[in-house]
Every structure is written in structure tokens, then in C-alpha cells.
Ligand binder design. Structure first.
Ligand SMILES: [Zn+2]
Length: 326
């Protein structure tokens, strides 16, 4: 009895091999009709319809467009107006939905803040094309979010403190970090150093932007260098990690704060849990790479619910800005 492998090696000259092929001799297609493969929890789709609030277009959800949203935490239907009034946090289970960059700035800064460092747009240095050209993706994301890229810098007051705030936008190509995101954050860091105002960066990112290849990886070094200068100048930097903060963003500025604080339940890591699980072929512990787990392991300084984030940051800045005692 021959094994299947032998038939394959023998090739077409073997008369018995047909029993292994389909009668129509059509190639098996993989990847185009994968109806069996549906992500249960997918809250980021390629079309960009993410449940994100506060970007002009308002909150969106793939499955329940309208007045009701299904909670990704407890799976209960939520009245969208209630959810928005509760800062996009589920009133039933405290699941923190993603928050758009403008809504985040409105939440953290006093009214009258100023948006700065705008007008930078990616030049698509690699002329990158995957299933569609990167240029098209950029245009679509710009249209949907009203932003130039996945980042907004703002100058304003947080309580009594003048701060430089930089907020990432997950709704823009998964908050990925290309040259524009890198440059905009680096400018925020430089601005904080030159004006001696504390810097706060709110991260929400899938990591480096693959469409810009090595150019996006270089941003890690660029921002980290600027942060080292900020540290030398003894200007405080607080990193706020939100769901998700992964890849090159975690591997650079998101973990370099004088304080690294996260929202509850945020996915924070370098590679995602699925990739790690498939690589080491082991089941990961419950809550792996979530904020609370990382706090317990000493990677974070605090986990702070969204509603308490601003008072927490104000208190932290009072502490960090206190005059040195000798
Ligand atoms: Zn819930």
C-alpha cells in the first residue's frame, strides 16, 4: 500500500493518483471563501467601521447601527446615548469601549485647547500596494476620521497644569505608527522640552505601520531619543495606555513614561496573545496581556478607570512637578 505522499511525488505519470484528486481537478482555494473563519470579537474591520465615538461622524458599530450597541464585555444591548453619556464605558460591566482622539482630548483638557502640529501627511515612500494601494487606504481613513493621520497634538490646560497632549486615533488604520505619527509625537516631545510643560501621550495602536516598512520602525528610535532628551531636561512625561497598545508603540514610547498608566482591560503587549500562543504552543494564563495582569507583574504603575483619569493625571502632575527637595 502506498502512502499519499508517494503518489504526490510520482506526479502525473502515475495512473492511480486520480483517486486523490477532486473529479473537477480544481485547485483548493484557501483564503477567499472563509465563511468558517469569523472573529467573534472583531471590533476593528478593514472597512473602518469601528465602534469609536467622537470623531465628527459619531459612534459606529458594525452589527447594530442605530440606537443600540452590543457590549463587547457583557454582550448586553446598550442604549447608545447612555453609553456616550458614560464616556463610552459600559454602565453594566465597565467595559471600556475605544474612544476617538477628539473625544479623548475633550475629556482630558479644559475647553479652549489648541490643536497643533497639523497638516503632515504620509508620502507613501514605498509606493506600497497590498490588496489595495496604501494611498487609497490613507485617503479613505482621512475621509472617515477627518484627521491627517492617526495622531492629534493639543496644547491646553489640565486642571491647573499647562500640558502638551498627544493622542493616537485607533480608527485611522488601526492607530498604526508611520512617519507622520512618529514625527507628530516627536514634535510634541520637543515642544514639551522647549516650553517645559509636562507631556502626556495617550496610546492606542496596533503597532508600526507595515505599509511604510522600515520608515515606520525608525520612528521608535526617533521618539525614544527625543524622550531621553526630555528626561535629561527633567520634564515629566506620563504615558497613558488604552486598548489596544501593541507592537512598536509598546516597544518604544508607551512604556517609557515617568508613569505608565492604563485603562482597565486594555490589551497591552508586543506580539498579540494569539501569535504567542501559536508560537509557544501553550495556553496562556487568564487575562494575559491585559492591564490588570501587567499591573500585577510590575509593567504598569496604575490602572485607572476612564472617569477618574483626568483627576488622577492632575494629582500625578502635582507630584511630578513638585520642587526638588535636597
Ligand atoms: Zn458591558
Amino acid at each position: 500500500m502506498r502512502t499519499r505522499g508517494e503518489f504526490w511525488r510520482k506526479g502525473a505519470s502515475n495512473t492511480n493518483y486520480n483517486i486523490w484528486l477532486r473529479p473537477t481537478a480544481q485547485p483548493c482555494t484557501i483564503g477567499f471563501d472563509m465563511t468558517w473563519f469569523k472573529r467573534e470579537n472583531s471590533d476593528y474591520s478593514a472597512s473602518g467601521t469601528v465602534p469609536v465615538a467622537g470623531n465628527g461622524a459619531g459612534a459606529k458599530n458594525v452589527r447594530t447601527e442605530g440606537l443600540w450597541v452590543k457590549c463587547l464585555g457583557c454582550r448586553q444591548p446598550l442604549y447608545k446615548a447612555d453609553l456616550e453619556a458614560n464616556l463610552m464605558v459600559c454602565p453594566k460591566c465597565q467595559h471600556h469601549f475605544k474612544l476617538g482622539s477628539r473625544a479623548r482630548i475633550d475629556l482630558l483638557l479644559e475647553p479652549g485647547y489648541e490643536l497643533v502640529d497639523r497638516g503632515l501627511r504620509s508620502t507613501d515612500p514605498l509606493n506600497f500596494v497590498d490588496v489595495k494601494p496604501y494611498k487609497q487606504r490613507l485617503l479613505k481613513a482621512q475621509e472617515q476620521t477627518g484627521l491627517d493621520d492617526a495622531i492629534l497634538n493639543a496644547l491646553g490646560r489640565m486642571g491647573p497644569h499647562e500640558v502638551v497632549l498627544s493622542v493616537m486615533e485607533y480608527g485611522f488604520i488601526g492607530g498604526s505608527m508611520g512617519a507622520v505619527v512618529g514625527e507628530t509625537i516627536a514634535r510634541a516631545v520637543d515642544r514639551a522640552r522647549l516650553t517645559r510643560k509636562p507631556l502626556i501621550v495617550v496610546a492606542a495602536s496596533g503597532g508600526a505601520r507595515m505599509m511604510e516598512g522600515v520608515v515606520s520602525l525608525m520612528q521608535m528610535a526617533k521618539i525614544s531619543t527625543a524622550l531621553a532628551q526630555l528626561d535629561d531636561a527633567r520634564v515629566p512625561y506620563i504615558s497613558v495606555l488604552t486598548d489596544p497598545t501593541t507592537g512598536g508603540v509598546t516597544a518604544s514610547f508607551a512604556m517609557l513614561g515617568d508613569l505608565n498608566i492604563a485603562e482597565p482591560g486594555a490589551l497591552i503587549g508586543f506580539a498579540g496573545p494569539r501569535v504567542i500562543e501559536q508560537t509557544i504552543r501553550q495556553k496562556l494564563p487568564e487575562g494575559f496581556q491585559r492591564s490588570e495582569f501587567l499591573l500585577e507583574k510590575g509593567f504598569l504603575d496604575a490602572v485607572v478607570p476612564r472617569a477618574q483619569m483626568k483627576p488622577y493625571l492632575i494629582r500625578a502632575l502635582e507630584f511630578l512637578k513638585a520642587p526638588e527637595t535636597k
